[in-house]
Design a binder for this molecule. Sequence first.
Ligand code: HPA
Length: 294
Amino acid sequence: MNDTTQELSSQESNGEIEDKVHDSIVAIQKKSSLAPRVGIILGSGLGDFTNHITQATSIPYCDIPFFPKLSAAGHAGELILGHFDQIPIVAMRGRSHLYEGHDPLWATYGVRVMKALGIDTLIVSNAAGGLNPRFAVGDVVLIDSHIDMMFRSGLTSNHSGIQVADMGIAQRLGKTYDESLIVATLKAAKESRIAISRGTYLATLGPTYETRAEYRAFRMLGADMVGMSTVPETILAAAMKLRVLAFSVITNVAAPDITTATSHDEVLVGAATAQAKLVTLLGNLFSQWSAPSA
Ligand code: HPA
């Protein structure tokens, strides 16, 4: 019998991955018959969003075969199915990171499971350091492009479960972030009187926060914020033809010329400030979708 806690690796065949995803969704569907339309991945310190999910069924990751277990502080590790503003959703409270030593196939497993549950849209959030000098702690920024300095998308594996030879993928990944969703979110933000910007997210492998020299270099590369997640998930999601919307919440200002180093506590406090904004913003966005004319 399969060990359901064993990590997926790039050695896995497409069929093996599909079988595991199938086992995962069978376990989930035993607990909830909801067919979610939208998947949400909640980053560091943003998990309280799940308090706003109604008729919720919460399933700890450890009760879902093959689902990655978490180790980073500030990540609870549960899947929540329910409704947010009448839209059926599935939320991942906590995610796996590549810096925990995981294979990209494993770190992005939740995206495959949510896709198999039926989502057509994925919303990803993360905590990030603000490189753009206009950003302040607590700001919410829409990711409209990224710089992948992880260099480990997971799609390069022969066994990624994705037909990389399908050139449509390369084209789709050039515009990973769905422009119509960005425009709708900017509109929702305006209506909710929440100031948001859009910008480029640079992903590093971590787990270390940047040196001052790195912050300066990343700014010169054109990045507006820096973090250690999201890109493996959004690349996989776009390759799987999901519509992708991604947010950073600015938890610390990565000013190259101040001498204090970034700490994980600072990141969690910054995320708490932004959490309320995110709930209002998504509430407004979702009510556009659930409105009769949508
Ligand atoms: N750097 C990398 N990851 C982060 C940061 C940062 O400054 N803040 C939150 N996540």
